[in-house]
Design a protein around this ligand. Structure first.
Ligand SMILES: NC(=O)c1ccc[n+]([C@@H]2O[C@H](COP(=O)([O-])OP(=O)(O)OC[C@H]3O[C@@H](n4cnc5c(N)ncnc54)[C@H](OP(=O)(O)O)[C@@H]3O)[C@@H](O)[C@H]2O)c1
Length: 315
């Protein structure tokens, strides 16, 4: 029997890449991966083709290419790329295109990589954190959460997948430990004493694969994934062991983090404040046990460190 196609957006990136690799690694899979990229000739795209994925051109700014990438597919993994443009409105427009195209192309199971609309937790009039761009609290969360309606309104059979903080941010996103004036390493995060849900980004796609394998259980459901929930102290302790030198947890208020001034600092400051003040709710959705059921290879922070600590840039 012909294998069912899963179209994967963001296939050369973290979330989509993990899913393509998970499908290709399972030789007995009922699915085959169609990897969407703007550059089918890139090294990353060729690496996916070498694993057995079909590589096709697609660009979120080109509706026709989105439709084409979905033609004949059974399932689709949809993710948007906030940090490429910093525009919540663009994310919502792209999600709308995804949902419309999924409906029109008859997608049987979509996974929409969403996040909470934090305005349901902290209404705009609540001044515990600033309102950003007039109508958002955490723009890169709110736009994704608000976009859920495009999928439900269009009646697309959808799983609403909530990722956690990537531990990979300590390598690629400048969020890792920094050396202070005293020469000592410190991990600066505004999460108080809360445990924050985190994950190896590669595991997100592996969990998504588990969702595609269990459509009955997960269609029209909200699912969160995490490898472990850890405090700043616990992450600093893990980093200390893995890096072979002490790392302290520099617990700063969210207001201080927002004032750091790098692009998106205000958005991330509000996000960490949500992780801190709504710890229980945010973590309940991102259940480690469920994530492990979806992906038996799920790694915890120490396992992530064992594989990745050498890549963390500390001078
Ligand atoms: N970092 C975190 O801790 C975290 C946690 C939860 C959620 N998120 C969310 O994750 C999302 C990003 O996912 P990711 O980390 O998997 O992305 P990523 O690793 O940055 O990958 C982005 C990939 O998307 C493709 N892409 C970018 N713009 C595109 C466009 N216009 N059309 C088609 N493809 C495009 C690129 O592929 P080509 O160049 O090959 O086209 C690129 O390889 C963000 O919206 C972020 O808010 C992040």
């Amino acid at each position: 029997m012909a294998k069912k196609i899963i179209t994967v957006f963001g296939a050369t990136g973290a979330q989509g890449g993990g899913l393509v690799r998970a499908i290709c690694a399972d030789k007995n899979s009922e699915f085959t991966a169609r990897a969407v990229t703007r550059e089918p000739e890139s090294d990353k795209a060729k690496a996916l083709a070498a694993l057995g994925a079909e590589v096709v051109y697609g660009d979120l700014s080109n509706d026709e290419s989105v439709h084409k990438a979905l033609k004949g597919a059974y399932g689709a993994f949809f993710v948007t790329f906030f940090w490429a443009h910093f525009s919540p409105e663009q994310e919502m427009a792209e999600a709308k295109v995804f949902a419309k195209a999924a409906k029109e192309e008859g997608i049987k199971h979509a996974i929409w990589s969403t996040l909470e609309d934090t305005r349901e937790l902290v209404p705009l009039h609540d001044d515990r954190m600033p309102t950003l761009r007039d109508i958002y609290k955490v723009p890169h969360f709110d736009a994704k959460g608000e976009s859920n309606k495009f999928f439900s309104d269009a009646d697309v059979p959808t799983t609403y997948l909530h990722a956690s903080f990537y531990w990979d941010n300590f390598i690629y996103f400048g969020a890792g430990p920094k050396r202070g004036a005293d020469g000592k390493l410190a991990l600066t995060l505004p999460i108080g004493d809360a445990k924050m849900a985190g994950i190896w980004s590669e595991d997100i796609g592996k969990c998504a694969y588990g969702i595609f394998k269990n459509p009955k259980e997960y269609i029209n459901e909200y699912v969160g994934v995490a490898g472990e929930h850890l405090t700043g102290y616990e992450m600093a302790e893990g980093l200390s062991k893995a890096l072979g030198e002490p790392v302290s947890y520099n617990k700063v208020p969210a207001s201080v983090y927002r004032s750091f001034g790098f692009p998106g600092a205000d958005d991330l400051g509000n996000m960490f404040q949500i992780y801190d003040e709504f710890e229980e709710k945010v973590n309940a959705l991102r259940d480690v046990k469920t994530s492990k059921e979806l992906n038996p290879e799920l790694k915890n922070f120490d396992q992530w460190l064992a594989a990745n600590a050498k890549k963390i840039p500390v001078e």
